[in-house]
Design a protein around this ligand. Structure first.
Ligand code: HEM
Length: 397
């Protein structure tokens, strides 16, 4: 019987659990919720190899519970996306979006994203107590991805609730059904509107690819939009929120950044290493027996690659559990590796650099408005992020 991982501890402080698993070997059989057995890959070298191993593909059973809850049509419109596809479908779908998120395309957005960051901070009164997740870390990436896709400004508030339910997945099955149906219906309605009246945005571009070249199905189109919406803001919001929390609990590092802005890109990488917003990669499925270190994962097993654990592997990182901006190598696995390597990584990195520079420009110091131990982590085994981040900032003169 594989041992059951304590979900509450996995949510609040996963690192001791991962350290114990790493000490035993590169991969271990565990239950992540009652009855859901997986092989968890925890060491850096093996996790990186597993991410690039074609024998570990999309898990056909992954999300079976979702289809049972919402029915096949809604499930396909939510999930027939590139993260759940293998080549050649994956290659075809990825080609359709990779250009829109290339380094040069994304770099051109910098002035606009900087303006947005400043406008969000302008709305905060000096010395006011605010939840910086609500007023900054969430709206910045959400506005960016909505703007790129062409989601009308008045609809953007809908996504916070949808997102909360969707990332808690199997833990909130009842609400999942309502939210998934509402979300799919929303994207389909918006697709119809844009089809009739195309604009200069990514959704209109995808619709013309669908209609003119027949390169993707209706369900794939909806699933692509859903994936981009959530992948585009959930993870980046937590990079900003958790990253700021790390700086506030390491004031010497805040001071170092204020003194030398050239450290900001390295700081963003260290935040990603130290608190990977995606705890694990999407579940993989062993199409054949896979050797990981001295462990043989049997054919048909579900494999979870623990990105947070790999990023804290003592075999790869000196002082692995220290948050240290002076690390210079960006070899962490927070964006994954291999064919599913994050398409949005250049955008997320740009948003991170702009957001922290905007905060450092404006505030001499920022203090948590509650003791750090009062902050709560969101209940999700997929996403690592705080529920709220109440702070008080002292404006720089
Ligand atoms: C894939 C993390 C931001 C879109 C991934 C994967 C990771 C990841 C780990 C691979 C998962 C796996 O192999 O199972 C992150 C983090 C982000 C971030 C930590 C922010 C800090 C973004 C943004 C976008 C985005 C801003 C949208 C523009 C995607 C897409 C995929 C993906 C479309 C699927 C790629 C594929 O399957 O080929 N992301 N992501 N991500 N990400 Fe991100």
């Amino acid at each position: 019987m594989p041992r059951q991982l304590p979900v509450d501890e996995l949510v609040s402080d996963p690192y001791p659990i991962y350290a114990a698993l790493r000490a035993e070997g590169p991969a271990a059989a565990v239950e992540v919720r009652p009855g859901y057995q997986v092989w968890m890959v925890t060491r850096y070298v093996e996790a990186r190899q597993a991410l690039a191993n074609p024998a570990l593909g999309n898990d056909p059973g992954n999300g079976r519970w979702m289809a049972d809850v919402v029915g096949d049509a809604v499930n396909a419109a939510m999930n027939k996306h590139l993260l759940r596809a293998d080549p050649p479908d994956h290659t075809r779908l990825r080609r359709l979006v990779s250009k829109a998120f290339s380094g040069t395309r994304v770099a051109a957005l910098a002035p606009w994203i900087s303006k947005l960051a400043d406008e969000l901070l302008d709305r905060i009164e000096p010395g006011e107590k605010v939840d910086l997740l609500d007023s900054f870390a969430l709206p910045l990436p959400l506005q960016v991805i909505c703007e790129l896709l062409g989601i009308p400004a008045g609809d953007r508030h809908l996504f916070r609730d949808w997102s909360d339910v969707i990332i808690s997945g199997a833990h909130q099955r009842d609400r999942y059904k309502d939210m998934a149906e509402a979300l799919v219906a929303y994207v389909q309605r918006l697709t119809a509107v844009k089809r009739a009246d195309p604009q200069d945005d990514l959704l209109s571009d995808l619709i013309s690819v669908r209609d003119d070249d027949d390169q993707l199905s209706d369900q794939e189109l909806t699933a692509m939009v859903v994936l981009l919406l959530f992948a585009g803001h959930e993870t980046t919001m937590n990079l900003l929120g958790t990253g700021l929390f790390l700086l506030l609990t390491h004031p010497e590092q805040w001071a170092a950044l204020r003194a030398d802005r050239s450290l900001v890109p390295a700081a963003v990488e260290e935040m990603l290493r130290y608190e990977a917003p995606l705890r694990t990669a999407f579940p993989r499925y062993a199409r054949e027996g896979v050797q990981i270190g001295d462990v043989t994962i049997p054919v048909g097993a579900v494999v979870m690659i623990a990105l947070q654990s790999a990023n804290h592997d003592e075999r790869r990182y000196v002082s692995n559990d220290d948050f240290d901006l002076a690390r210079t190598s960006a070899t962490h696995l927070a964006f994954g590796h291999g064919i599913h390597f994050c398409v949005g990584a250049p955008l997320a990195r740009l948003e991170g650099r702009i957001a922290f520079n905007a905060l450092l420009d404006r505030y001499e110091s920022i203090s948590l408005a509650v003791p750090p131990e009062d902050l709560r982590w969101r209940f999700s085994t997929l996403i690592r992020g705080l529920e709220s981040l109440p702070v008080i900032g002292t404006e720089a003169v």
